[in-house]
Design a protein around this ligand. Structure first.
Ligand SMILES: O=P(O)(O)OC[C@H]1O[C@H](OP(=O)(O)OP(=O)(O)O)[C@H](O)[C@@H]1O
Ligand SMILES: Nc1nc2[nH]cnc2c(=O)[nH]1
Length: 192
């Protein structure tokens, strides 16, 4: 391996240590089973509606990819990027980096994301879809974080069968300090 500058070397060490000491909250097998269930339900409800799936970047990337390969019906795919954490563990104001390209008017829209935490992101995206004239809007989210701080009390995704405790989690699309979106399962730093 080529020599790394000291700062990069330290980050590499820190990130490897973090993963070596993490708690695995949901294994890859459990995630796969949850995606199977989600795909079955979506197929039942939307399989004959030519829906458009919008991936919420960046976190929704892995869930969207795994979900779409389980869907055996015609559909379109687009993405949007609305972010409010931006490498931090606390959410701030929602920043729209990229708006979707495929028009939503008159379409059956499915929003796919990795996590429903406080729900400010999903609530804003739902408003956007309704204003854009979508015929129907459904939401598919891999995990729902359990706490009572939802931006809209009782907010739930239409399709979601995994729950996580109120900890900062990463893996399967979710980052920790920008890293480990590639972790195969859902993890949390030990003791935090
Ligand atoms: O329910 P909320 O509290 O609103 O948080 C959920 C959002 O937070 C994450 O995105 P983030 O803002 O980290 O952007 P990123 O996916 O680009 O990292 C995640 O992918 C969700 O979109
Ligand atoms: N990576 C990550 N992103 C989030 N966005 C909202 N909550 C979380 C979380 O627990 N982890």
């Amino acid at each position: 391996m080529s020599r790394l500058d000291p700062e990069t070397h330290q980050s590499l060490t820190d990130m490897r240590e973090l993963m070596a000491n993490a708690d695995c909250l949901i294994s890859q097998e459990e995630v796969e089973r949850a995606l199977d269930r989600m795909a079955e339900e979506i197929t039942r409800d939307l399989g004959d509606k030519l829906p458009v799936f919008y991936c919420v970047m960046n976190g929704g990337l892995i869930t969207t990819g795994h979900l779409l390969t389980r869907l055996g019906f015609p559909l379109e795919v687009d993405y949007l990027h609305a972010t409010r954490y931006r490498g931090k563990t606390r959410g701030g104001e929602l920043f729209w980096r990229v708006s979707p390209e495929i028009p939503m008017a008159g379409r059956h829209v499915v929003i796919v994301d990795d996590i429903l935490d406080e729900g400010a992101t999903l609530a804003a995206i739902l408003d956007y879809c309704r204003e854009a004239g979508a015929d129907s809007v459904t939401t598919a989210v891999l995990v729902d974080k359990q706490h009572d701080r939802k931006a809209v009390p009782g907010l739930k995704a239409d399709y979601c069968s995994l729950e996580v405790a109120d900890r900062y989690v990463y893996g399967f699309g979710m980052d920790i300090k920008g890293y480990w979106r590639n972790a195969p399962g859902i993890f949390a730093p030990k003791g935090r």
